[in-house]
Each structure stands twice: as C-alpha cells, then as structure tokens.
Design a protein around this ligand. Sequence first.
Ligand SMILES: Nc1ncnc2c1ncn2[C@@H]1O[C@H](COP(=O)(O)OP(=O)(O)OP(=O)(O)O)[C@@H](O)[C@H]1O
Ligand SMILES: [Mg+2]
Length: 233
Amino acid sequence: MKSPILSVESVDLAYGKAQVLHGVSLSVEPGEMVFIAGRNGAGKTTLLRTIAGFLPRAAGTVRYEGKDLGTVRPESVARSGIRYVAQDKRVFGKLTVRENIEIAAHVSGERVQEAVDRIVATYPPMEKFLDGSAGSLSGGQRQILLIGRALVGSPKLLLVDEPTEGLAAGTIEDIFRLLDGMKGRLSFLIVEQNLPVIARLADRVYLMKEGKIDRELATREEIEAPDSVERYL
Ligand SMILES: Nc1ncnc2c1ncn2[C@@H]1O[C@H](COP(=O)(O)OP(=O)(O)OP(=O)(O)O)[C@@H](O)[C@H]1O
Ligand SMILES: [Mg+2]
C-alpha cells in the first residue's frame, strides 16, 4: 500500500467554546482527487482551514508526506507544498491579473513569467485578461486565476473550497475541465456541493455531517449510486 500524502487523524477544532470538528480523520493518496461534501455549516471550510494551518487544532494530528505538521502556521504549510484556495474567491481586484500572479510568484520564488506561462497553459483564454484588472474577471475566471495561482511553486497538494459555488452551468464546465486536466498530476482535497462534478471527478468522497466524517465512498458504484451523496446536501 502507498503511503498517503495527507493524513488527518482524530482532529478536534473549536471556535472558542463551540466545538466544530469532532475527531475528523481522512487521508489523500498521492495523485488522488478526493472530495468532501456536506451541508452548510457541516465544518468543511473549518476542516480545510485547519489543514492549511489557519486554525489551531484542539486535538489530533495532520501529517503531510508522513511528517507531523505540528502546530502549524499557514506560511510553513504553504512552503511544504500545500496550497489552499479559499471559498471566498477573493483576488486583488485593483491589481492586474499578471500582478496577482506576480504576488504568488514572489512568495514561492518562482519566476513571474514561468508562473504566468503555467497559468495560460492551464487555461489559454486567461492570456487576453493578463493586463486587465482582476476585479473585472467573472466569478469563474476569478476561480481559474485562483487555482492557477495556487499552482505557482509546483505544490503537491491543493485544498480547494467549493470551486463551482455560485457559477453558471457553462462556467462550471470550465472548472470541471481545468480540474480534470490536472487530475493525477497532483493530489487534491476539494470541498464541493455539485453532484455531477463530484460524480465525474472523485476518486473518493468523504461525507461530512455536524463536524464529523459520517461516511466514505470509495468505489465508483458508491460514488455514482443515486442518493448516496445527495442525502448529505
Ligand atoms: N470564525 C468562526 N467563529 C465561530 N464559529 C464559526 C466560525 N467559522 C465558522 N463557524 C461555525 O462553524 C460551523 C462550521 O462552519 P464552516 O464554515 O466550516 O461550515 P461549511 O461546511 O464550510 O459550510 P458552508 O457549506 O456554508 O461553506 C458553523 O456552525 C459555523 O457557524
Ligand atoms: Mg464552507
């Protein structure tokens, strides 16, 4: 058996006195695309933010490539090769698309042009927007910029929070193709509520309910079974 790139073991997390994550355990194997689904408030974002080092765990362990990430900070998690794409789809709206990419390139030490080329190779239509303000991109283009920017510095694991949320059907297809094109080249843990996207892309699905992993779907049959994911949305 391969060893997981990410392993989350019995993680508890509380905001003040309100415990939100209860003994969450999951894993992602190298090259796997794993989804998390669950209702609003189930704790999906909290879980990704905990892995990304933004929230201090009350208990449990997060291992990346077998190493305990310890009491982590977001910068050190990012340096280790994990990228987090937040749910809010926020870009630096007053800067150009190219400048938004430049910021990530500076942090990672990658050359700006290489980072730009990588994003355009991932999504060619982005080329004509490079010198326009990022604030004028559509929601879908913004999401593509954020995922593209997350690839700067060649991470091994992407954590993506609801990439298709609020997007029109055609744009969801763009995001689907982008993710499909990257499948197998790196590892993914993606929070998603769109059933067809999950059904077409997932290697495995964790279903979250009230801060716990309630069920894991590990085969195509389970993932595609009518109602299996839907019951949790
Ligand atoms: N900063 C915070 N302070 C206190 N409570 C919070 C905070 N962020 C989230 N919560 C609470 O934690 C619980 C889980 O929230 P979280 O955002 O992780 O859910 P989610 O599954 O991502 O939901 P959604 O589908 O709406 O994005 C909710 O009850 C929420 O109100
Ligand atoms: Mg959320």
